[in-house]
Design a protein around this ligand. Structure first.
Ligand code: URA
Length: 418
């Protein structure tokens, strides 16, 4: 077997065997195949595609390129969810304690934010004292004890993806269904949970711009995950405008606490209840989705999930008093109201523009090593379908930096008003 034959075969649109796929994945991970040959192969895959079977083989090979977490000693069923990313996507922070309050175990590794999208780990770190870096023993002991633990990625899972993703990023080969699917699913499976829910977002602020593409990706990821032995389901959700009203790290945690108190925005609350109900059915706690949804809802509105959130925060060294006193979060030096410049109805609040503006306020990173201002961000006061009048306050923004007119304008322009 040699890499040139494999490249030529794929360039002619032929199917690759499991052995050929393993050959290039392992060879590239071990630096035996150079970047220029791998980028040629990735481009052939992007242009000619892969069958479902090839995608399963690719995902399996990537998964086996590094360590795979074993969570079987924590609980019979451990659940995990993956979001393809968005603006104001704070789902995990509500969902994790909710799921644990329903008797399931969630032992999750999450990421940091980059560009216009935020990351759960940064958001949790806005809670004073919260530790996102635990040893594997601390991680599994906490999961066993209270049913919920969320940390940043510790060891290197899926080294093949690390190299391949970096190469795809600079060779125009990100945009390929089998490559996206294998990248996401190999990492999710390596994290170790046996029940997985995918939240595949579509729209302006999402990776997939159209609902059709999001559905195609979701179906492929479900197929591959199931073939590789996991219970896996997917929800397709709208990311044309931010989820909820708050964007920015501490602001998003505050909105999560409000949601756990039963006062959350409708879109966030129903997404969390839906995913929780799907977990309960997959874990065989309920046979009927509606009963599972009612059970999850009852745990939320009876404040059981909020109690679990306090336990979770305390277990990871955070100050759970933030639940009753939002002043304990870092406070911004500056704030500024954005006023509407006309009468009308809001058609959409563009997620990408809001995410970008929040990053410029200091709430996100342009580069991997940038330091985040935990207090920075935007609170939307209006969203799609709301009627507005000139001079109404439609958003408030917060930052440690003086908020320029230009930046205020960027936020104003994100509101599409008819
Ligand atoms: N996110 C990933 O982890 N991988 C991709 O290929 C695309 C988005």
């Amino acid at each position: 077997m040699n890499i040139i034959e494999i490249i030529e075969k794929k360039a002619k649109g032929k199917k690759l065997s499991r052995k050929e796929i393993e050959y290039f994945v392992f060879g590239y991970t071990k630096n035996e195949i150079p970047d220029y040959q791998m980028s040629s192969l990735l481009m052939a895959i992007k242009l000619k595609g892969m069958t479902k079977k090839e995608t399963v083989d690719l995902t399996r090979a990537m998964l086996n390129s590094g360590d795979v977490n074993d969570l079987s000693n924590i609980s019979r069923y451990t659940v995990d969810k993956h979001s393809t990313g968005g603006v104001g996507d704070k789902t995990t922070i509500v969902l994790a304690p909710l799921v644990a309050s329903c008797g399931l175990t969630i032992a999750k590794m999450s990421g940091r934010g980059l560009g216009h999208t935020g990351g759960t780990i940064d958001k949790l770190e806005s809670i004073p004292g919260f530790r996102t870096s635990l040893s594997f023993d601390e991680f599994s002991n906490q999961a066993k004890k209270i049913g919920v633990v969320v940390i940043g990625q510790t060891q290197e899972l899926v080294p093949a993806d690390k190299k391949m993703y970096a190469l795809r990023d600079v060779t125009g080969t990100i945009d390929s269904m089998p490559l996206i699917c294998s990248s996401i699913i190999s990492k999710k499976l390596a994290s170790g949970a046996n029940i997985i829910e995918l939240d595949v977002k579509y729209g302006d602020g999402a990776f997939m711009k159209s609902k059709k593409d999001a559905k195609e990706l979701a179906n492929l990821m479900k197929y591959v995950g199931q073939k590789l032995g996991r219970k896996i389901n997917a929800v397709i959700s709208d990311m044309n405008q931010p989820l909820g009203y708050n964007i920015g790290n501490a602001l998003e945690v505050i909105e999560c606490i409000e949601t756990l108190k039963g006062h959350g925005p409708k879109d966030l609350t129903s997404l969390c209840l839906h995913i929780c109900a799907e977990f309960l059915v997959m874990a065989k706690k309920f046979t009927n989705y509606d009963d599972a949804y009612d059970y999850a809802s009852n745990n939320l509105y009876s404040l059981k999930a909020l109690e679990k959130f306090k336990e979770f925060v305390t277990a990871q060294g955070g100050n759970a008093n933030v639940v009753d006193n939002y002043k304990l979060f870092k406070q911004p030096k500056y704030s500024c109201d954005i006023k509407c410049d006309r009468n009308g109805t809001i058609k959409v609040v563009k997620a990408l523009a809001i995410g970008h503006a929040s990053m410029l306020l200091g709430g996100g990173r342009m580069n991997k090593d940038d330091i985040i201002d935990m207090s920075a961000g935007i609170v939307l006061h209006k969203k799609a379908n709301d009627i507005v009048k000139e001079n109404d306050i439609i958003a408030t923004c917060y930052s440690d930096k003086i908020i320029s007119k230009e930046l205020q304008n960027l936020i104003l322009k994100a509101f599409v008003i008819k």
